[in-house]
Design a binder for this molecule. Structure first.
Ligand code: SF4
Length: 805
């Protein structure tokens, strides 16, 4: 089988440049707000504890070689926490890395062909695949080559690093959907159909789903096609990317994913527009599919076992809640074994033992990171598999509840509310000496430390998501209880909420749930048990949901494993300024890349739009973009005056009145460069500090001509007049209505509004509750203004701000 080169030169050289940027930052030559989006796009995230960083790698389809694993272990020992974290996206993460060491780690990974680029930021993320693909006895065919193919395609396409948000792709090797394709932005599920074109009488293909996803507004994907030949995989992946670029909401990070387009457009329109993009890609692309052809030859077409499997014959039922420890492969005489380190954290000592073991046996066993925070050791002869079971018995559990999943949670994650990993530890302890008949009643639990879904609680049969419950005695760490989520092509569904239970009571609740099932529903699979015993299950939840006052039960006010009273201090929701930086950066990088490819119009429109967010302007209409650009930047004197004429020429080109922009290439390069310079000159208050190019022109047009960015005030004022009402409650200040304005645009509008005021002036802003009220007050305070008052109304708030000196 041909293995794709997954480390294109352009990406590796970008990553080798990380050291230079890091040094610039460490030497104070690059500001924090500029460095942050740069490092995140290269997989370097700040952890909750200040000064510590996490590095996320791209492990395509979970395939990791022994050589790569050795290097990961070396890096974890020398620069990280001596633990390697296995994620639910088949990635590996190193935690507790010092910022100074991040370049060393990135370069070490590069030496063994592991990339970190695109493991954060707005780009196609690690492409996942069923972890037993290639060996599973009930698979349709091995989908791993397609995961590699798609990865390679996007890594070599610079535009894929500037999407409205992340783009997740999954390949499942059967309709059981073990890669969770049903909840991916684009999901492929292997199927075969009869065909007289092939010798085997069958043709390989995929059912394709789109618009699925977990997190806020979760959804199962909709079926885009019943059967897509494998040769069309790249056309679908590329079409979804273009569709996302065209329809994705770049102004609101929380509504930017592909599933939000589905919600906004509805299924019919979504499918229609996706189809259009697909046709467009088919017309202008000719993908080289040699890798697939070679793979097909080496793969001896579809093997006999797979040929027996058709779309309707797959049994997606799970039989009980016990694990199969020796997993029989489709290759006779070979087995896989699943290792599940608690919370996905495997020590480097265990990994070294595993490496030694694999080097000591004759066979070519391989390792696949699973999407359940564990790993499979595959292609073992029976004796070796049994030997592995004995050596690693601390990591191999026969009960699914021991193989549960918990996200990073509030111990390291900046968004975390509850200590999800401590909860899992405590659940496991609770069940340690419990009768096996009781223990085997529960399925794997999926635990997220906040309503985001990194613990994948929305697909768990048994799942929990952390919240902070406010009581008169203080905050209580609490989990929402969810049941019966499932993927797979047969009736996929998201888990339903059944109630809330304080963190400290959860382990005991679970034990009693297992007992209830043993007594009432032992013969049923868990999902059916919950359905058939809904009243008793709900009553049990209600019993455990009670929050006693602090005097009566102080323990409830501490999170599991915590010694201090529960609080959400240190939690940092998205910061508005950083959100704005991301919006700008995306457009500028698009402009630069389009320019490199000589797409002159596209480069111009991206550049012209990039900085409009600073003026509170959000439009996708080309004419409005160019007009606003001229008003706010050309007439302000940041660019030479005749760029106004260029925008007219660009519109003529768009309308087809002129056929080429070649003659204007230099002016367009200048436009892009100037926008980059303005971006580069932004200070932490997001003010342009670039000296103006043409003060004379600025004066002529009635602009203030003042230095720095103060001149924007008058021209921006018109944009917000619509929002200004007279003081409605007689307090003597203006009120700007920003209800319905999304993050980070609302913050941009607050900034524009305040820029028209004098120090000490007071302005009120109506903002929607939820994300706007989570983010804007913090960002406003971060700029030194004073929050005088917050009034709560039904669904919105009034934020009253006094402008800083
Ligand atoms: S689910 Fe919440 S707490 Fe857990 S890792 Fe994701 S953002 Fe953090």
């Amino acid at each position: 089988m041909i293995k794709e080169n997954l480390t294109p030169t352009e990406v590796t050289s970008d990553l080798y440049d990380f050291r230079n940027k890091l040094n610039e930052y460490l030497e104070g030559k690059m500001e924090d707000f500029r460095f942050k989006p740069y490092r995140v796009a290269r997989g370097v995230y700040e952890q909750r504890k200040s000064g510590t960083y996490m590095i996320r790698t791209r492990i395509v389809a979970g395939e990791v070689s022994l050589e790569q694993l050795k290097e990961i272990v070396r890096l974890a020992d020398n620069y990280a926490s001596k633990n390697v974290h296995l994620t639910t996206r088949q990635d590996v993460q190193l935690h507790d890395v010092r910022l100074e060491d991040t370049a060393e780690v990135i370069e070490g990974l590069l030496e063994v062909g592991i990339l970190t680029k695109g493991t954060g930021g707005n780009t196609p993320r690690n492409v996942v695949a069923s972890p037993l693909s290639g060996v599973s006895s009930d698979e349709v065919f091995d989908v791993t080559p397609y995961a590699r193919l798609v990865t390679r395609h996007f890594l070599t396409d610079p535009s894929s690093f500037n999407l409205p948000r992340k783009y997740k792709i999954a390949f499942s090797n059967s309709e059981k959907d073990t890669a969770n394709a049903l909840v991916a932005d684009l999901g492929f599920i292997a199927v075969i159909r009869e065909s007289d074109k092939s010798e085997s009488g069958y043709e390989k293909g995929f059912i394709v789903y789109g618009g699925g996803g977990l997190g806020n507004n979760p959804s199962c994907g909709i079926k885009l096609k019943d059967f897509v030949p494998v040769s069309e995989v790249l056309y679908y992946a590329e079409a979804m990317k273009r569709f996302f670029e065209a329809e994705g909401d770049r102004t609101n990070k929380n509504k930017a994913r592909i599933r939000h387009i589905l919600i906004r457009l509805g299924e019919e329109k979504f499918t229609e527009l996706f189809e259009k993009k697909l046709q467009e890609v088919k017309e202008d692309k000719q993908f080289d599919l040699k890798v697939l052809e070679n793979n097909d030859n080496n793969d001896q077409q579809i093997d006999a076992a797979a040929a027996q499997v058709t779309a309707t014959q797959v049994d997606t039922k799970s039989t009980d809640e016990k694990e199969e420890l020796l997993i029989k492969q489709k290759q006779p005489g070979y087995y896989s074994v699943y290792l599940h380190p608690e919370n996905g954290n495997i020590s480097t000592t265990d990994l070294k033992d595993l490496i030694d073991f694999l080097e000591s046996i004759d066979d070519s066993a391989d390792i696949r990171i699973s999407n359940t925070q564990g790993l499979y050791v595959r292609n073992l002869r029976k004796d070796d598999a049994v030997g592995l079971l004995k050596i690693f018995k601390e990591l191999i559990y026969p009960y699914k509840i021991d193989n549960s999943i918990a996200c990073a949670g509030a111990s390291t994650c900046k968004l975390g509310l509850c200590l999800s990993q401590n909860l899992l530890k405590s659940i496991k302890e609770k069940f340690e000496n419990v009768n096996p008949f009781i223990k085997s009643q529960l399925p794997r639990a999926y635990i997220s430390g906040c309503p985001n879904s990194c613990g994948q609680h929305q697909i768990g049969k048994l799942a929990f998501s952390g919240i902070a419950r406010r009581t008169k005695d203080g905050l209580v760490p609490t989990y929402v209880v969810h049941f019966n989520g499932k993927v797979g092509t047969k009736n996929p569904k998201l888990a339903q909420k059944y109630g809330e239970i304080p963190a400290k009571k959860l382990p005991k609740f679970l034990l009693n749930l297992a007992r209830l099932k043993y007594n009432n529903g032992n013969r049923w699979e868990f999902e059916k048990f919950v359905q058939e015993n809904e009243t008793e299950v709900t009553e049990l939840i209600e019993k455990y949901s009670v929050i006693e006052p602090y005097d009566e039960n102080p323990d409830l006010y501490y999170d599991v494993g915590a010694t201090e009273l529960f609080s959400i201090e240190g939690r940092s929701p998205g910061e508005c300024s950083l959100g704005i930086m991301e919006v700008i950066r995306t457009d500028i990088e698009n402009a630069r890349e389009n320019l490199e490819q000589n797409y002159l119009y596209e480069a111009s429109i991206s550049a012209a739009r990039a900085l409009l967010v600073l003026r509170g302007i959000d439009t996708n209409k080309d004419r409005e973009i160019f007009k606003a650009f001229v008003d706010h930047f050309v007439k302000e004197g940041y660019l030479k005056a005749d760029i106004e004429d260029l925008t007219g020429i660009l519109l003529d080109y768009k309308l087809g009145d002129i056929s080429s922009l070649e003659a204007y290439q230099e002016d367009i390069k200048y436009l892009v460069k100037k926008v980059e310079d303005m971006y580069g000159s932004l200070n932490p208050k997001l003010e342009i500090t670039l000296p103006k190019e043409d003060d004379e022109e600025s004066d002529k047009d009635g602009s203030s001509g003042s230095s720095g960015d103060g001149s924007r005030a008058s021209s921006s004022k018109d944009n917000i007049q619509d929002n200004i009402q007279d003081n409605i409650d007689g307090e003597g200040y203006e009120i700007v209505d920003l209800r319905g304005v999304k993050c980070p645009m609302n913050f941009a509008k607050v900034k524009v509004s305040l820029s028209t005021k004098e120090p000490g002036d007071v302005v009120g802003f109506y903002l929607d509750q939820g994300e706007p009220m989570d983010n804007v007050p913090k960002s406003v305070e971060g700029e030194g203004h004073t929050i005088k008052e917050i009034k709560e109304f039904d669904g919105y708030s009034l934020l009253v701000i006094e402008k800083a000196e």
